[in-house]
Ligand binder design. Structure first.
Ligand SMILES: [Zn+2]
Ligand SMILES: [Zn+2]
Length: 281
């Protein structure tokens, strides 16, 4: 599959990137110009998908044809210098609205990323991503400040997303860890949290998904998604890993990628070395 080829070939790529049709801060052409300038060979757009309720971050359903046409136009103009892909970061909302449902399954996309940003509450779906100040307010308004409940909801949505399928790459699969640990320090070390992630990773491995390591927050908060503590299990299971910047502006298309790729490579080499020495004992 060509995605694996891109990831494994050492070519310069980014497969997760936003646009003017969602919450990106620049026109798609500006991202392409930046990518060409930096010697990228492969660049994929993945605007936040349409969802069945109002959201300022997500693409409107009516804009989807315009988005796809813009990828085509840019391919025509820059296709001799870079391979461009039309993707989407498809939100898992429910069994009726996700990457596997008819609408997304039949869209002419090159590949699909799927991520969880919303969890259900008694008063509708709540975006649990984004700034901690907002997250803290929502915890009081929608969830009686029950952080463990919200963490469980996030991983329930994630499990349901992987079960439903219809996508190639799972986006930032432990994203809730950031806001949850700011809300309740050390929560990611708690057995209930570890077991939720373990179950999700088992399912990811079973389904043969590509896992993204998302570098968007690395320069700001030092965090990668998924966190480093989960990498070894992924690597030992032979999971294909894509390192994506999740750029919302052109200057950040490469942000955090080189150091993260290098770090992951060292981990792979260490595992290989240990396996070899174990086998010779
Ligand atoms: Zn996302
Ligand atoms: Zn994104």
């Amino acid at each position: 599959m060509y995605l694996l080829k891109i990831i494994n070939s050492g070519s310069r790529y980014n497969l997760h990137s936003h646009t003017q049709f969602c919450d990106g801060h620049a026109e798609m052409e500006e991202f392409v110009v930046e990518a060409v300038g930096r010697g990228f060979t492969d660049y994929g757009f993945s605007p936040h998908s349409p969802i069945p309720f109002a959201s300022s971050c997500n693409m409107a359903l009516d804009d989807v044809p315009r988005y796809l046409a813009e990828v085509d136009r840019l391919r025509g103009k820059y296709g001799d210098r870079i391979r461009l892909y039309a993707s989407m970061e498809i939100d898992y909302i429910s069994s009726e609205w996700n990457a596997s449902t008819d609408y997304f399954a039949t869209l002419p996309l090159d590949y699909r990323i799927s991520s969880v940003h919303f969890v259900p509450s008694d008063d509708g779906y709540v975006d649990i991503d984004g700034r901690f100040e907002n997250f803290r307010k929502k915890m009081a308004v929608y969830f009686h400040n029950d952080i463990r409940h919200v963490v469980r909801l996030f991983y329930q949505q994630s499990m349901a997303m992987v079960e439903a399928g219809g996508f190639d790459i799972i986006g930032h699969f432990d994203k809730i860890g950031h806001n949850a640990s700011l809300f309740s320090e050390g929560i990611e070390d708690e057995p209930f949290y570890r077991s939720l992630v373990d179950d999700l990773v088992s399912l990811i491995i079973e389904r043969g998904l590509i896992v993204e390591i998302n570098t968007k927050a690395l320069s700001r908060s030092g965090r990668l998604f998924p966190a480093r503590r989960y990498w070894e299990r992924l690597a030992r299971a032979g999971v294909a890993v894509a390192v994506n910047s999740d750029a919302h502006e052109p200057s950040l298309i490469d942000s955090g990628r080189d150091v993260t790729l290098a770090e992951y490579k060292v981990l792979l080499q260490n595992i290989e070395y240990n396996t070899l020495t174990d086998n010779t004992k």
